[in-house]
Ligand binder design. Structure first.
Ligand code: ISE
Length: 329
């Protein structure tokens, strides 16, 4: 393969803009040829920083364009399905940002349509050097059987439109995929709870406490806080029979001065997962150019995360533990 992959990006918000910059400037073998956004001014501002991207206002037009070989979807969650389906209809590989869809019903329709494995899902933690090392360490047996995982996932401020359900389908979906991937097994039951309400965030869920039970009996206890105010933080610890593995987010620099110690905390996920995004995008570009499946999460992975998320939404609404009905498909 010699020709550069011409990628079209739909959605030029925070993630679309970041992916465009990485694909066009820090990935080998790819160029961003077209960017699409209903807000064409926003798209034009992103295109300006790219080598030779043109701007369109309509994502479907981008998918059909002759100068687009593969598509990256970074639009609002509720619009993923329509764009992914259009990519499948034209036979173009597509990297859909997480979540694959907001519900399992929508995820199932995509799995059924993706008969040749054209869909990849952007669960970037699978490419984060820390998470990769954590998975290897668990597999090596150094802490014995994993028993419990503690996970912390905090955003500085809730995104506009955040609801109780979307805290699960948009944010906690990362941990749902992570647990499946880290322990190589399915989640069979979930319990979702929330403490007292606060004025900090007017959604009903703040924070979300999620308990994810894996098939073999490992339990992952997750806190997802969407309006933590102080910054962005993701870390965790796996407790095994003979030791623990802690995943911290190391600061880029730590300051010792005037009798004090200071670490900076990023404002959002982009600095924390910069390397993960870079490696993820390079993997996708290499796989698409070689015509082989990528190492990203598949449509089926995205869908199975949706199934668990639906169960968590039901648990939160009903105040009970909910067993996950794993589909046979
Ligand atoms: C956002 O969409 C992301 O994917 C971030 O990684 C996550 O931390 C945040 O909670 C989501 O809203």
């Amino acid at each position: 393969v010699t020709a550069e992959l011409r990628v079209g990006i739909i959605g030029t918000g925070v993630m679309g803009a970041d992916h465009a910059r990485i694909l066009d400037g820090a990935t080998s073998g790819a160029t961003v040829s077209v960017v699409a956004d209903m807000d064409t001014e926003r798209a034009a501002a992103v295109a300006k920083g790219l080598r030779q991207a043109r701007v369109v206002g309509d994502g479907l037009e981008l998918i059909g364009a002759d100068d687009v070989d593969a598509v990256l979807v970074a639009t609002a969650d509720s619009t993923h399905e329509a764009f992914v389906m259009a990519c499948l209809a034209t036979g173009k590989p597509v990297l859909c940002e997480k979540p694959l869809a907001p519900t399992a019903a929508a995820g199932a329709r995509i799995v059924d349509a993706d008969t040749t494995g054209l869909v990849s899902v952007g669960f970037m933690r699978r490419f984060d050097p820390g998470y990769v090392a954590l998975k290897q360490a668990i597999k090596s047996g150094v802490i014995g059987l994993p028993l419990v995982m503690h996970g912390i996932h905090r955003n500085a401020a809730a995104q506009p439109g955040t609801t109780g359900a979307s805290v699960i389908t948009n944010s906690a979906i990362h941990e749902i995929d992570e647990v499946r991937w880290l322990f190589d097994e399915e989640i069979v039951a979930v319990t979702a709870r929330t403490p007292r309400r606060t004025g900090r965030f007017d959604g009903a869920v703040h924070p979300l406490l999620l308990s994810l039970e894996s098939a073999s009996g490992t339990v992952s206890e997750i806190e997802v806080t969407v309006a933590a105010a102080y910054g962005y933080e993701v870390r965790g610890e796996v407790v095994g029979e003979t030791g623990t593995l802690a995943l911290d987010a190391p600061p880029l620099v730590a300051l010792r001065s005037a009798g004090q110690y200071r670490e900076d905390i990023p404002g959002d996920w982009r600095p924390r997962f910069a390397e993960a995004y870079r490696v993820e995008l390079q993997d996708w570009v290499d796989a698409v150019r070689a015509g082989v499946p990528s190492n990203l999460a598949s449509a089926r992975d995205g869908y199975l995360a949706n199934v668990v998320a639906d169960a968590a939404v039901a648990s939160l609404a009903g105040g009970t533990r909910v067993e996950v009905e794993l589909p046979s498909r």
